[in-house]
Design a protein around this ligand. Structure first.
Ligand SMILES: [Zn+2]
Length: 291
């Protein structure tokens, strides 16, 4: 098999993918898995300067905290073990660590971004600098491994899923919280992109960000990937992707967009908010049980 052929094979079902809406975007016609070929720029100074970290934190915090509470409720309801060791891969500012610690879990985070790691460690949270699983001790195992907005950034998700199986105790939970390709705003962005307005589509793929998205999954093709590595789907659900509070700050964090463009997107989103409740949410959460 040539490398060209294997590059174009769907990583969820193996079918040949087709050109998508951009030179870097491909879609599997069989399972609707979508891949992106944007280059990551983690720890790259230029990429960091294109984002106003303060705005980003302010805008994301409200919705993340609400969703983390819901995720902890899901973990509690599906936990098979009395042991409560949680690993948060790519823990960023440590908000999930704090929420899980408050719910009496024994928590550990790993974070590869040097600046984010330093800020989180400076707040006294249990975080190690580096990637999963290299940042762990050889024999460390957990009852729950969580990826909050991280899995869609990892190129080799098959290797990561296999490592999660090794690092989870039998019966442990793998929790994936990630963008949903069936989500209302993502599908709307594709409608706009087909009509020639690519801004929202590129923003949802995080083009020009320190670590752009590599994948867009739905619950079915995500399960196609993870179930090949000794996991079975325990629960698949959606969480709200939009709350009015913090919306403008969230939209401003890519400050390469013009203020007028940000305001148009903001007002459009607010007007559509009631309508979005009728469609699948852009935030997918899947819980997998380790066999
Ligand atoms: Zn496929």
């Amino acid at each position: 098999m040539s490398s060209q052929t294997s590059d174009n094979a769907c990583l969820a079902c193996g079918h040949a993918t087709e050109a998508g809406l951009s030179s870097w975007h491909r879609i599997c016609p069989e399972c609707r898995y979508e891949s992106g070929g944007l280059q990551p720029m983690i720890n790259d100074e230029a990429a960091h300067h294109s984002i106003d970290e303060q705005d980003r934190e302010a805008g994301l915090r409200e919705i993340r905290l609400e969703n983390f509470k819901d995720i902890l409720t899901l973990i509690e309801a599906n936990s098979a073990s009395a042991s409560r060791r949680v690993l948060d891969v790519g823990c960023a500012h440590g908000w999930f660590l704090e929420a899980a610690a408050a719910a009496r879990y024994s928590v550990l985070g790993v974070e590869p971004d040097a600046k984010v790691f330093e800020a989180t460690a400076a707040r006294g949270l249990p975080v190690r600098k580096g990637y999963f699983p290299e940042a762990l001790q050889p024999d460390e195992q957990f009852d729950v491994i969580v990826f909050n907005d991280v899995f869609e950034h990892i190129p080799d998700v098959h290797s990561i899923a296999a490592v999660c199986h090794q690092r989870l105790a039998p019966g442990g939970l793998l929790v994936l919280n990630l963008p949903n390709s069936r989500g209302f705003f993502y599908r709307l962005s594709k409608v706009f992109a087909r009509a020639g307005w690519t801004g929202p589509f590129e923003r949802l793929w995080q083009k020009g960000f320190p670590s752009p998205h590599v994948h867009f999954f739905n619950a079915t093709n995500l399960t196609g990937v993870v179930s090949r590595h000794g996991f079975r789907l325990e629960k698949s659900t959606e969480l709200p992707s939009v709350r009015a509070k913090g919306m403008l700050a969230r939209m401003r964090f890519d400050n390469t967009a013009s203020p007028v463009s940000v305001w148009i997107q903001y007002l459009g989103t607010m007007a559509l908010l009631p309508l979005t409740r009728l469609f699948p949410s852009d935030v997918l959460v899947c819980l997998y049980r380790r066999d």
